[in-house]
Ligand binder design. Structure first.
Ligand SMILES: NC(=O)c1ccc[n+]([C@@H]2O[C@H](COP(=O)([O-])OP(=O)(O)OC[C@H]3O[C@@H](n4cnc5c(N)ncnc54)[C@H](OP(=O)(O)O)[C@@H]3O)[C@@H](O)[C@H]2O)c1
Length: 348
């Protein structure tokens, strides 16, 4: 008998699911037993976990018996249906989908920012949208120092943010294009090779904002507990395989210099400054891929604001890691370290 948690992964065959396993390994996250769950399509296949082949089971309503921590990354419909079932069975759910993020009863957690909220969970904790996490990890320490009152973000989002099938589509469509062949998109709404397009979520006919942009705005307000920050976002899918990038401009209440921002970010958890003007070396998705930190560079005065209240910067982060799996495992570690798991289990 072990005291280490019984962990279930719902969506284990997906892009995020694979990173749950890799991240647990890399961080030495102790697991008593692992249950690998996916759709009926994957039932009977196996995943490797610490030298063992774990047989994948179909996610059903009986899947969570005895489970302590259920990591969900199988889409919001699956989370909406199965999370309450998992909680009822005694598990704490850490959900990567958008299903519960704006639910006032569900903590929306980036441990570097609001890890204190974890203890308020009622069985479900939500991992924020990957673009929101990428922007907010470096913006939070600045906001604490000198309140950000206005924020403009333009994203350059990788295929991996749309899952394993989108990554395959980028590779296959690029190959087809180089071979002069026609490729009909199946996952993305537009040709992906040598192209970029508005984020592939629905566009609100009234506002013109896509759902990804709305998530970034709403989730920033919830996580920073500051609904007054004025935010404009443009989310774009670019033909990069992995790791999202963003151009960010923010305006603070008090004047701020680029050196102040550099000093704040130099000691910020989860942030690495990559800002070499002489070598023209700044954050890039190829460098961010596989890294836990959000890379931040091109830190400079926003010349469109002569009052000296605004700074522009460029960031890249592996959204499969800090934007999803790593953030979830960090939450799980907090649950265990603060003994918030067993207390909830006893209460259930
Ligand atoms: N990719 C990212 O960077 C990222 C970041 C943050 C959050 N998320 C969220 O995480 C979730 C998964 O994303 P992903 O990128 O990993 O997608 P993905 O690569 O397409 O993987 C989807 C996973 O969900 C499983 N699944 C689908 N339908 C299911 C069902 N009815 N029952 C059980 N399992 C089912 C799939 O299993 P099969 O293989 O059996 O079909 C697969 O394991 C989404 O909610 C997404 O919004 C993704």
């Amino acid at each position: 008998m072990t005291n280490d948690p019984f962990v279930a992964i719902a969506g284990v065959t997906g892009a995020v699911g694979a990173e749950f396993i890799a991240t647990m390994d890399r961080r030495g996250f102790r697991v008593g037993k692992l249950k690998a769950l996916a759709s009926a399509r994957s039932a009977g296949k196996t995943v490797d976990f610490r030298g063992e082949k774990i047989v994948i089971e179909e996610l059903t309503e009986n899947a969570f018996e005895g489970v302590d921590i259920a990591l969900f990354s199988a889409g919001s419909g699956v989370s909406r249906w199965f999370s309450p079932i998992a909680v009822k069975a005694g598990a704490v759910v850490i959900d990567n989908s958008s299903a519960f993020r704006m639910d006032p009863n569900v903590p929306l957690v980036i441990p570097e920012i609001n890890g204190n909220r974890i203890r308020e969970h009622k069985g479900i904790l939500a991992v924020p949208n990957c673009s929101a996490i990428t922007a907010l990890v470096p913006l939070w320490p600045i906001h604490q120092n000198n309140r950000i009152k206005r924020l403009i973000i333009s994203t350059y989002q990788a295929a991996s943010g749309a899952g394993a099938a989108a990554m395959r589509e980028l590779v296959e469509s690029t190959r087809a294009s180089l071979n002069g062949q026609v490729f009909a998109p199946k996952v993305m709404p537009h040709p992906y090779a040598f192209n970029l397009f508005n984020h592939n979520t629905a566009v609100d006919p009234e506002t013109g904002y896509n759902e990804e942009e709305t998530k970034v705005i709403n989730e920033t307000h919830k996580i920073f507990e500051d609904g007054k920050i004025a935010i404009g976002v443009t989310c774009v899918r670019v033909p990069v395989l992995r790791a999202h990038s963003q151009a960010i401009t923010f305006e603070c209440e008090k004047p701020i210099t680029e050196n102040e921002v550099r000093a704040i970010l130099a000691r910020a958890p989860g942030v690495k400054i990559v800002d070499d003007r002489a070598k023209n070396y700044f954050p890039m998705p190829v460098d961010a891929s596989g890294q836990d930190d959000v890379l931040v560079g091109r830190i400079r005065k926003d010349l469109s604001d002569p009052t000296g209240h605004s700074i522009s910067m460029f960031v890249s982060a592996d959204q499969l890691l800090k934007g999803a799996a790593l953030n979830a495992i960090q939450i799980a570690e907090c649950l265990i370290n603060r003994k918030l798991l067993s207390a909830k289990k006893k209460a259930a």
